[in-house]
Design a protein around this ligand. Structure first.
Ligand code: NAP
Length: 388
């Protein structure tokens, strides 16, 4: 049904609105024909506008508002097609990250700083996901062991970080991701968070933990999938409880570094450095596809040297106490960890004692161009945490 124009003053107002709309449309067409350099929105920050420009129309609307609000501005133009192209590129590098915590969270910080869009797939919404949304991430609910949720989360993503907490479901999750991503067919990179111990394993070796075996098997599955995979194999994290909460306790209780590592050496790497590597690969995956990156800290040290690094960072004398493995394991059992995790941590201690963590690799510097941080720098940045 046709609506009639109102009578009297209302009618004039309606006409004025109509004329204004036509003028705005004419301005829009004019805007597209003017030299990009003169565009008035520039002072609002093109990058900021790009971020918010969901469509070209929305983009231009914002610019008109800037022009009209800012009285003096002549009609300028942004090369709207170029902006649209940028926007599409931004969408085409969307990265899917499972879980709101751990390494994935640190990877997000790196990607966010470079304006790479990120979608998290989380098992539940909570205060962490609220914060992620505030910071500009998309958040969807899903689970790596449930293919239909992974398939839904992948829609529109071009890159994925495959990482999850230590879990007996690791191989299931890797197989789900490989099969769903293969069906999806649009991933240009799948970055797998593995473990450096995998580098020392064979198909039949038995000294490693169940978790380490699952990583070894998951790498096989991902390789067989034919997907564009990059394996990132860090050694033990500096951020693990072994070097953080457990040592903070022994430092505060009796000024010791109490660990069951005997004379074994180790080269722990900071999660932040692992995240730098992963983010570098996710941002521009092409040169990395098919590579395996082994990541360690800058040096391999024994526990006496590690205690010396902690001493320097915290500016107090600390000495290493070699805790007998059985006694240490009994303490570990009292922590109430899930059996899979407990077996993994106990095996890590055993392998440290057997000097299996005495290794160095240049992956961090090779990929990111800057070296990994030292134990001393890591501890110095957390002085209050260690000293209580
Ligand atoms: N710690 C080390 O020294 C070390 C060294 C080398 C390699 N790694 C490997 O690094 C991985 C652990 O990384 P991280 O420290 O980042 O782990 P994390 O912080 O313990 O967990 C990361 C995320 O995984 C999510 N997650 C767990 N199960 C999931 C599922 N079924 N579906 C979706 N998300 C799931 C968790 O979600 P919720 O928040 O919901 O729980 C969590 O946010 C392990 O594979 C480990 O073997 C560790």
């Amino acid at each position: 049904m046709l609506r009639r124009l109102p009578e009297g003053r209302g009618r004039w107002l309606a006409r004025a609105r109509l004329i204004a709309s036509v003028l705005v449309l004419l301005l829009a067409s004019a805007a597209r024909a003017v030299d990009p350099a003169t565009f008035a929105c520039e002072d609002k920050g093109i990058d900021a506008l790009r971020k918010f420009a969901d469509t070209r129309i929305a983009y231009l609307k914002r610019c008109w508002r800037a022009q009209i609000g800012g009285a003096t501005v002549g009609v300028g133009v942004v090369d709207a097609d170029a902006v649209e192209g940028e926007r599409l590129m931004a969408a085409s590098n969307l990265v899917l990250i499972p879980g709101a915590g751990g390494v994935g969270r640190a990877v997000f910080e790196q990607l966010r700083a470079q304006d790479v869009p990120v979608r998290f797939m989380v098992r539940r919404q909570d205060e962490r996901t609220a914060e992620l949304k505030e910071l500009g991430a998309e958040v969807v609910v899903g689970d790596l062991t449930r293919p239909e949720t992974v398939a839904a989360a992948l829609q529109g993503a071009a890159r994925m970080f495959f990482a999850m907490a230590v879990s007996p479901d690791h191989l299931l999750a890797a197989t789900v991701v490989a099969s769903v991503a293969k069906d999806y067919g649009k991933l240009e990179a799948l970055v797998d968070l593995s473990q450096m111990t995998v580098s020392q394993m064979t198909a039949t070796s038995t000294e490693e933990s169940h978790q380490q075996r699952l990583h070894w098997l998951a790498e096989q599955v991902l390789n067989w999938s034919g997907l564009p995979v990059v394996h990132v194999r860090p050694t033990v994290f500096l951020d693990t409880p072994l070097f953080t909460t457990m040592l903070a306790r022994s430092i505060q209780e009796n000024g010791t570094i109490a660990l069951p590592f005997g004379t074994g050496r180790t080269s722990p790497v900071a999660v932040e450095d692992v995240a730098r590597v992963v983010a570098t690969v996710l941002r521009d995956p092409a040169p990395h596809i098919g590579h395996v990156y082994e990541l360690t800290g800058p040096h391999s040290v024994d526990m006496t040297e590690l205690a010396a690094a902690f001493s320097r960072a915290l500016d107090r004398p600390l000495s290493y106490v070699d805790v007998p493995l059985d006694r240490w394991r009994a303490g570990l059992s009292r922590m109430g960890l899930p059996p899979h995790t407990e077996q993994h941590v106990a095996t890590m201690a055993q392998l440290h004692r057997a000097n299996r963590y005495d290794r160095t690799a240049d992956g961090v510097e090779r990929v990111t161009g800057s070296p990994p941080r030292s134990i001393e720098a890591f501890v110095a940045a957390r002085r209050n945490f260690y000293l209580g």
